[in-house]
Design a protein around this ligand. Structure first.
Ligand SMILES: C[S@@+](CC[C@H](N)C(=O)[O-])C[C@H]1O[C@@H](n2cnc3c(N)ncnc32)[C@H](O)[C@@H]1O
Length: 241
């Protein structure tokens, strides 16, 4: 287990779950709308939820009729998931997503990974393993913070409206400390690294979304209107063939 980054998730798990649960904070609503659109009808599908965290999304999928295998490296997250988001069609397991997955080939119709890939130090092996455990054809759908813009700080105009971001060192891969729910690690890599890993794993990108909030959401949270200027998230669907 990559104890360095997982330890942080163990420590912040309760805070993370309290703030995100049940996935209804404005940010998760933005990317989950795109993820759900790409998932389509999942009734009866066998889905791997990789980096399931506290399991709120696994439960949402199970309630739509899917059979879920949900994996995460953090004991604390998995304990919360079992406590808060259990379901007869969800099996929670501990697994390190930077290592070979202990599943047979061609097991899942869909692999979903929300807000995971920028939190793991290496993505090549994981994406290779996703291609291996997916049926052919199968869908790998993942959301990440937007690699092009995440690191840039907002600059405001004279009315304190978030207008611009200055981007530097975009091409440098690096690890950064974040402090949203407590300390966690963020592995910055350019978008091309994600594309390369998908291509090397023998999959192809069939959908690429830069989701923005719905108008209804912005009416409730007008201060979040900046999402229309610079996207905060990327949602990608890759297909195994
Ligand atoms: C930002 S959270 C996302 C959780 C969930 N998918 C969600 O949308 O709320 C990232 C998750 O990745 C897990 N994680 C980070 N590194 C991991 C690793 N090497 N192996 C397995 N899980 C890992 C963390 O424990 C955490 O639950």
């Amino acid at each position: 287990m990559r104890t360095d980054s997982i330890n942080h998730w163990n420590i912040v798990a309760e805070n993370y779950s309290a703030e995100n649960n049940p996935g209804k904070n404005i940010h998760s609503q933005i990317y989950l709308a795109a993820v759900n659109e790409l998932l389509g009808n999942i009734n009866g599908k066998h889905i791997l939820d990789a980096g399931c965290g506290d399991g709120f999304f696994s439960l949402e999928l199970a309630q739509k009729g899917a059979i879920i295998t949900a994996i995460d490296g953090s004991d604390a997250m998995l304990n919360i998931a079992k406590r808060k988001h259990s379901h007869v069609n969800i099996q929670y397991n501990k697994m390190d997503l930077t290592r070979t997955l202990t599943f047979e080939n061609r097991l899942f119709d869909v692999v979903v990974a929300n807000m995971l890939l920028m939190d793991i130090p290496e993505i090549e092996l994981f994406i290779f393993e996703v291609a291996r455990v997916l049926k052919k054809p199968g869908d790998f759908i993942f959301s990440i913070t937007h690699p092009c813009f995440f690191s840039g700080n907002w600059e405001e105009d004279e009315n304190n409206i978030k207008m611009y971001k200055k981007i530097g060192n975009y091409l440098d891969e690096r690890v950064e400390e974040l402090n949203f729910w407590g300390k966690t690690l963020h592995y910055h890599r350019p978008l091309s690294k994600y594309m390369d890993a998908i291509e090397k794993a023998g999959m192809y990108v069939s959908s690429f979304r830069e989701p923005v909030p719905s108008r209804e959401l912005i009416e409730l949270h007008p201060e979040q209107e900046y999402h229309y200027r610079i996207p905060s998230f990327v949602v990608i669907r890759a297909k195994s063939i």
